[in-house]
Design a protein around this ligand. Sequence first.
Ligand SMILES: [Mg+2]
Length: 116
Amino acid sequence: MVLLSLDIDGTLEVGDPPGWIPLELIRRAQSLGYIVGSSSDRVVSDQQRLWAQHEIEMDFVGHKHKLDEIKQRFPKATRLIHIGDGDADHIYAVKHGFEFHWVHEVPEAGSPGWIF
Ligand SMILES: [Mg+2]
C-alpha cells in the first residue's frame, strides 16, 4: 500500500507560496486507496483548518521532521513517498526511509514505477 506524504507551502496549489501539486492529485491518490496526508512545518491545527476548508479528509496530518511517526502509524504501508520543495523535506524523507521527490520533478502519470 502506498503512503503519500505532502509538504504544503511551495508544494501544493493551496500552499503559501503555491506549488505545482493540484488538490486533484490528493483526490486521485485517495481514490486509488493510497494513504495520503500532509507533513508540513505548519502547526497541526492550521493544517487541519486548511483541509476542512477544502473539504479534504486527510489520513494523517503531521510534521516533516517526524515522518518516522507517520511511518509507525501505518505499518501496512509498503511504499513511503514524500513530496516537497525544501532541503528539510529531502533530508527528513531520506532519513526516515521515504522515497523523496522534489515538487518540480514529480514523475508524470504513467512513468515506469510511479504511483499513478
Ligand atoms: Mg515547503
